[in-house]
Design a protein around this ligand. Structure first.
Ligand SMILES: [Zn+2]
Length: 77
């Protein structure tokens, strides 16, 4: 697995939609992707917190919205 593939499928990885072993194997040898993953998870956390603040009557922010936010942040520049 390359770094490019890792980043491309990171969301599926976090959602448990792909084979985690390949990702874990890449993380074991690639510190830059470990850092990327940390940043990514922080973004997810912040996004969820921000969405939760918008409307407390929604116990869980819609997954689609989080996906959309993350997808827009991850677009190549
Ligand atoms: Zn990597």
């Amino acid at each position: 697995m390359t770094c490019r593939e890792f980043i491309e499928f990171l969301m599926q990885y976090l959602l448990g939609e792909v084979d985690r072993e390949k990702f874990d194997a890449h993380l074991a040898v690639c510190s830059s992707c470990v850092n990327y993953l940390k940043t990514y998870q922080q973004t997810v956390k912040v996004s969820k917190a921000a969405l939760a603040d918008l409307d407390e009557s929604l116990p869980k922010p819609p997954e689609e919205l989080i996906r959309a936010i993350l997808a827009s942040r991850m677009k190549p520049r």
